[in-house]
Write a protein that binds this ligand. Structure first.
Ligand code: SAM
Length: 290
């Protein structure tokens, strides 16, 4: 039975082990059972599922995951939390493995291959906010076999992931997330659901990985370099933004020809382009027959 998830139990565990929060690890522990239940429901976890949790903390959400899933692997960077997890809060569960590691240093393709026969897994996490984007982008770009990613992130990051062309939040993160997955906002979560309270609002976002990519791209790297360059200089037209970009080596003339081939106006800015239009532009530039 899950026993954590309220302030009293959390404080007791922290006191018992003399644990003090590490700001540098983005430690804000969940202390609200409604939010925990909402995350588990949104992730649609069943007894068939293999779940990877990033940053279990004292194991609050891990307890819920162990009850709902077939198997759980929890990766925690802070070695001071390991005895709390293995000797105390997760001791009763025989379907969980705790790994003391930095998630950014792990080869998750190998983990999925060895632990789940290469079949897609689910990721569930209350993410450390200082590395949200590298974690999400690392998972997506490495093509780790995934069903869904259900994560607590800063509200503003959740908004960027879901943003549409022309809106102020639309940018490289929106396009990257939407290239790989369909985002869905499951809940907004206020600071008082955490200990200690973060000074920003939070949100639970579910990313369901596409089975078939929504656009066909000849060279993913080139498309993302174009996207990156377009939003580096948001206020410039796409022609100037791409011609000035250090990471690209196209001349202004080549870019103008490509925009014309992709039926885009020469005055267009990157923030107006859909994912399909970025893909088309990348495919035209990739072809090299300009
Ligand atoms: N899951 C717990 C909860 O909801 O109460 C804790 C969430 S807390 C926001 C983030 C957790 O991620 C902390 O336990 C922190 O130590 C851990 N963490 C931070 N950076 C990490 C990294 N690079 N790799 C693995 N875990 C990390």
């Amino acid at each position: 039975m899950a026993t954590l998830g309220n302030p009293k139990e959390t404080i007791e565990i922290l006191k018992k082990y003399g644990f003090s929060f590490q700001k540098r690890f983005g430690q804000n522990f969940l202390i609200d059972t409604h939010v925990l239940e909402k995350i588990i429901r949104s992730a649609e976890i069943t007894k068939d599922d293999f779940v990877l949790e990033i940053g279990p903390g004292i194991g609050t959400m891990t307890q819920y995951l162990c009850e709902a899933a077939r198997e759980v692997v929890a990766v925690e960077i802070d070695k001071k939390l390991i005895p709390i997890l293995t000797e105390d809060t997760l001791k009763e569960y025989n379907n969980v493995t705790v790994i003391n590691e930095d998630i950014l240093n792990m080869d998750l393709n190998t983990l999925v291959e060895e632990r789940n026969g290469g079949k897609p897994i689910k990721i569930v996490a209350n993410l450390p906010y200082y590395i949200t984007t590298p974690i999400i982008m690392g998972l997506l770009e490495a093509h780790v076999p995934l069903d869904t990613i259900t994560v607590m992130v800063q509200k503003e990051v959740a908004e960027r992931m879901q943003a549409v062309p022309g809106s102020k939040d639309y940018g490289a993160l929106s396009l990257a997330v939407q290239y790989y997955a369909k985002p869905y906002l499951a809940a907004n979560v206020p600071p008082n659901c955490f200990m200690p309270r973060p000074n920003v609002g939070s949100a639970v976002i579910c990313l369901r990985l596409h089975e078939v990519s929504p656009v066909q791209v000849k060279d993913e790297k080139l498309m993302f370099a174009i996207i990156h360059a377009s939003f580096q200089q948001r206020r410039k037209t796409l022609v100037n933004g791409l011609a000035n970009a250090l990471e690209l080596s196209f001349s202004k003339e080549e870019i103008i020809t490509a925009l014309e081939a992709a039926s885009l106006p020469l005055t267009v800015r990157g923030e107006a382009l859909t994912l399909a239009q970025f893909a088309e532009l990348a495919n035209v530039l990739h072809g090299g027959n300009l």
